[in-house]
Write a protein that binds this ligand. Structure first.
Ligand SMILES: [Zn+2]
Length: 253
């Protein structure tokens, strides 16, 4: 396997054979964050470097903050699978994938150490500056593959990343009472909710019916932006947080 020079000065290199050409010569304009979801970091890293796994990422961040590069940034790594964001369905061709060592949901959602999150933030700032990636296009795997994927999970500290000038974040509207929408309901407010989720980038059809897919997308949104309660119910806090995030996007302000 060809050894290559790290694109990020802070990374050591351990090449994975699992990569290809970015379709149409695309350049990365998104960063997708994952957790490994495995018991040990070394086990996860070995898996990403084995041909039989058919998966990889550009970067791997250990719990202690060490960064390893597996695939050159100009190549297409295989981390997102069947995914979609803002109409784009070949997420691997337009993203940089970062695997963050953490046992995830199977391991009871342990915290991400500060050193690790600082390392992820620095890596994202570096990639973001070199590829000119907008903050709102630093996303979780669950954002681009709702229902199918739940990483990096509701315990991932997006707020800390944002304090390190990475990603899009506003403090979620506090959970309170009031009108809410859930599975099985239909009508104009559901249509409005679906429209807002779609405008933000989520892959959702605007049908006016609160179906399983809608519930899954609401959960994905909550996991990232209103992590206190991930229940797939569009309560006032969820809808208001989404509305405020949309208003904070440069293209709509
Ligand atoms: Zn993932």
């Amino acid at each position: 396997m060809t050894v290559f020079a790290a694109d990020y000065a802070g990374a050591s290199v351990r090449p994975s054979p699992n990569h290809g050409e970015r379709a149409g010569g695309r350049k990365p304009d998104m960063i997708i964050l994952h957790y490994t979801g495995m018991g040990t970091a070394d086990g996860a890293l070995s898996w990403l470097c084995r041909e039989e796994s058919q998966v990889s990422s550009h970067y791997f961040v250990h719990e202690d903050g060490r960064v390893v590069q597996l695939v050159p940034e100009e190549r297409r790594a295989w981390h997102a699978g069947k995914s979609s964001w803002a109409g784009e369905t070949d997420i691997n061709s337009c993203s940089i994938g970062i695997e963050i060592a953490n046992p995830g949901h199977p391991g009871g959602l342990p915290d991400f150490p500060d050193k690790q999150i600082e390392a992820v933030a620095e890596l994202c700032r570096d990639c973001g500056a070199r590829w000119n990636i907008p903050p709102e296009r630093v996303l979780g795997h669950s954002d681009v593959a709702p229902i199918r994927k739940v990483d990096p999970g509701e315990n991932f500290p997006w707020e800390k990343l944002h304090a390190g000038e990475v990603g899009h974040w506003i403090d979620p509207t506090p959970i309170s009472g009031g009108r809410f929408f859930q599975l099985g309901e239909s009508g104009q407010p559901i249509e409005a909710l679906q429209s807002m989720l779609s405008l933000y980038g989520y892959n959702i059809e605007i049908t006016g019916i609160f179906c399983e897919r809608t519930k899954g997308v609401v959960e994905a949104f909550q996991r990232h932006f209103r992590p206190q309660l991930v229940d797939g119910i569009a309560d006032f806090s969820t809808i208001d947080t989404l509305h405020r995030l949309l208003k904070a996007l440069p293209k709509y302000s």
